[in-house]
Design a protein around this ligand. Structure first.
Ligand code: BGC
Length: 743
């Protein structure tokens, strides 16, 4: 396990303190300035401010304060940012991590809603929900005194064992970009700056501070960068956080191809580029390349940047451009005009929304002989394992939302600096209690699963056995395998041998392999379902809610089927020695982020990310991308295509079962062979709500943008002339309707 990649974030986790309050007072604006004129555009307002600023004031907007990790705990939870400039009425930027909720409030006794993790939310395929997800985060950020979110993770899952797979939005650029874009749009609708991260190719955590991702331009543009591009088009995100790693030999935060050519020129990004924490490695080079702000310290963009401006190495125009981007973003998202006001978050409202989202995120993977929903004929249920008596797991790292009241499952004792900062935490939402509340007539027992004999005995004596299995995942620590722990696999085997009506509930942040799949009757993927996860799960298991979620990521049969069967690790001896590091060591940044020799990660699978890999390599999978069952069934018919600048794809979906349900109808395109693409790509989808027996015609626009390929020679997107096969159905491997359209 590689832990050196761990960010300094986790020092903050340990040492949250009052610094933010001291440094970032809310800024009332009693005075009227020329830039207070609301009829001016954000750009005009920013330019007026810049005219009045001293060099020191400008520099102060381009870096963090650096030292707060080492000060005593703060109520704001260790947020970073830039200080206010009272003379000019410029408010502080107060940032907080907020991938699936606002993080790290426990030290200050603050509550924030833990939503289902991001990959879970992507399984809803519901852009409106994504918007509401972001809006809730935006509201709670404001309530807690922040005006900028660090969330919006949209790195494509090239490596499903990546420790942040749970924090990203899956393996397809259209789905991931659409979901992340809507989350950020939601955040920004609350007058909070939103960000997208980590730009780009931060697709694994092992050695993330030193790895060099090698990938060709076409593959990069059509996959990882495409997800960012789509998310940016949807959200107009105010901030892009550049990644720790190198891309084609240059650190992402001083990579002029990524930051200037692609992001600022081709994507027309108007906001500011912020370094990941400790991801800045130079002053002049990074500034020229397009980095606008260093966080969380001032090592390169403090005094050294000032000196570079004074010596002319960085021009006034370049400096002003950085400052302009920061200020125009603050104006555009309301930091001047709608200052935040601390208040108590709407806890009950948060619970309700978290539950609703979890219900849309849970994916039913197997349901043999309709073992689910649990019928009223089920008189006894054995709940086994996974701490299901008390809690559901969460994903860890900088995105960690603290469980209100503390983790019901105590973390293992820390053994070093990193394990003290990144610790498993569980949300107090008990599947056992929720199930008892939903099925009061049934006798429901709980067995921890530590002892196989008693677990099997409990399963044997019940009508149905439900085994809870989990895989903890966290930033900075990649999974070594998609296999569950051997103990959990043995437990499932033992329970399934004792009771054929065994249902496995998975609580994972990544796909899991299932050597026992043929022996169990049901499988439900619940992910990290958040503060109301258990209640949502009980509704799904008992049928009060019909599942609608579909996988945003392929579940392969084994690690051996992945593009890189072995996780790529930094070579031994290539990382700095951190064994003597302690949390309050002021040398911490220098140790963690010292310039390291690059180790190479060759993304040779190129365009073939996720399902495109398995398709192209003809590898059978356990559960395909886009797959998910319902308690009803759907039939597809009548595909017709209308050509045009934006083609229209129409078809009919019918609910052929006995229950109301929602089908996510998916549309894929196979490009002409001369395009040199993987066999198919997602080009659209629709969530269709249907009463039993009801049919609806669905019409989806498919713009040419969805069908183009990136041509490296001309540095542009091209529609390849020829025949395009449009395929429609309920998963990437179940596409009963097909028709051809020519361009
Ligand atoms: C993570 C970022 C996070 C930052 C601040 C870094 O280690 O990669 O995602 O926003 O820490 O906590």
């Amino acid at each position: 396990m590689n832990r050196i990649a761990c960010s300094i974030t986790f020092a903050a986790t340990l040492l949250a303190g009052p610094w933010a309050v001291a440094q970032f007072p809310g800024m009332p604006q009693p005075k009227h300035y020329p830039w207070s004129d609301l009829s001016l555009s954000p750009d005009q307002r920013a330019d007026l401010v810049i005219k009045e600023m001293t060099l020191d004031e400008k520099i102060s907007l381009l870096h963090g304060q650096g030292a707060h990790f080492f000060t005593p705990p703060v109520p704001n939870g260790g947020g970073d940012g830039t200080p206010a400039i009272p003379r000019l009425g410029i408010p502080a930027i107060q940032m907080a991590d907020s991938s699936y909720g606002v993080t790290r409030g426990a030290a200050a006794g603050r509550y924030a809603t833990a939503l289902p993790n991001n990959l879970a939310a992507a399984s809803s395929w519901d852009p409106d929900m994504a918007f509401q997800y972001g809006a809730l985060i935006g509201r709670e950020l404001r309530d807690l005194g922040y005006n900028m979110s660090q969330g919006g993770g949209v790195n494509l899952t090239r490596e499903p064992r990546g420790g942040r797979t749970f924090e990203y939005q899956g393996e397809d650029p259209l789905l991931a970009g659409t979901m992340a874009g809507n989350v950020v749009r939601g955040v920004q609708s609350e007058h909070v700056i939103g960000d997208l991260k980590h730009f780009a190719l931060n697709d694994q955590e092992s050695g993330r501070n030193s790895l060099n991702a090698n990938i060709d331009k076409r593959a990069m543009r059509e996959t990882d960068l495409r997800a960012f591009e789509i998310a940016l088009q949807i959200s107009d995100a105010g901030v892009i956080m550049c990644a720790y790693n190198r891309v084609n030999s240059e650190f992402a935060c001083e990579n002029s191809f990524l930051l200037t050519d692609v992001l600022k020129r081709d994507f027309h990004f108007k906001g500011f580029v912020l370094s990941d924490w400790g991801g800045t490695h130079s002053t002049v080079k990074a500034s020229h390349a397009g980095l606008d702000m260093e966080q969380p310290h001032n090592i390169f963009f403090g005094e050294p940047l000032k000196k570079a401006v004074e010596s002319g190495e960085v021009s006034q125009d370049e400096l002003n451009e950085h400052v302009h981007r920061v200020l125009r973003t603050m104006f555009a998202y309301g930091l001047f005009d709608s200052p935040v006001k601390d208040q108590v978050p709407d806890v009950e409202g948060g619970y309700r929304i978290a539950q609703e989202f979890a219900e849309k995120s849970i994916v039913l993977l197997k349901n043999q002989h309709s073992v689910l929903p649990l019928s009223t004929n089920v008189h006894s249920i054995a709940v086994i394992g996974g701490h299901a008596d008390v809690a559901v797991p969460t994903g860890g790292g900088s995105g960690q939302v603290d469980p209100p009241g503390g983790s019901p499952v105590p973390p293992p004792p820390p053994h070093d600096f990193f394990s003290a900062g990144i610790r498993p935490a569980w949300m107090p939402s008990s599947p056992l209690s929720s199930l008892k509340a939903k099925a009061p007539a049934a006798k429901i027992s709980f067995t921890s699963g530590e002892d196989l004999v008693s677990a099997a005995a409990a399963a044997k004596s019940a009508d149905v056995a439900i085994v809870f299995a989990y895989q903890w995942e966290a930033e900075a620590i990649d999974l070594q395998t998609l296999d569950l722990s051997p103990d959990q696999n043995k437990l499932i085997e033992a329970v399934a041998a004792a009771n054929p009506k065994t249902i496995v509930v998975l609580e994972t942040g990544s796909p899991a392999t299932m050597p026992w799949i043929d022996k169990v009757a049901g499988v439900v993927e619940a992910w990290y379902p958040g503060i109301r996860g258990a209640e949502a799960l009980a509704n799904i298991l008992t049928g009060a809610v019909n599942p609608t979620g579909k996988l945003a990521i392929t579940f392969p049969r084994s690690d051996a089927d992945l593009p890189h069967p072995e996780l790529i690790q930094p070579p031994a001896g290539s990382l700095p020695d951190f064994s003597h590091l302690v949390a309050d060591d002021s040398n911490i940044f220098n140790v963690l982020f010292q310039p390291l020799p690059a180790f190479q990660v060759n993304y040779t699978e190129g365009l073939k990310v996720g399902y495109k890999w398995y398709d192209a390599e003809r590898k059978p999978v356990l559960f395909p991308f886009g797959f998910g069952l319902s308690y009803t069934t759907f039939a597809y018919s009548g595909l017709s295509l209308t050509p045009g600048e934006t083609a229209s794809v129409s078809f009919t979906v019918k609910n052929t079962g006995q229950r109301k349900g929602t089908e996510i109808a998916e549309v894929y395109a196979s490009l002409p062979e001369t395009a040199g693409e993987p066999p198919k790509r997602l080009v659209g989808w629709s969530r269709v709500e249907l009463a039993p027996g009801e049919s609806k015609e669905v019409s989806l626009p498919v713009s040419r943008d969805r069908l183009t390929i990136y041509e490296e020679a001309s540095d542009s997107w091209k529609l390849i002339p020829g025949k395009y096969v449009i395929r429609v159905g309920g998963s990437s491997e179940d596409l009963p309707l097909q028709a051809t359209i020519s361009f």
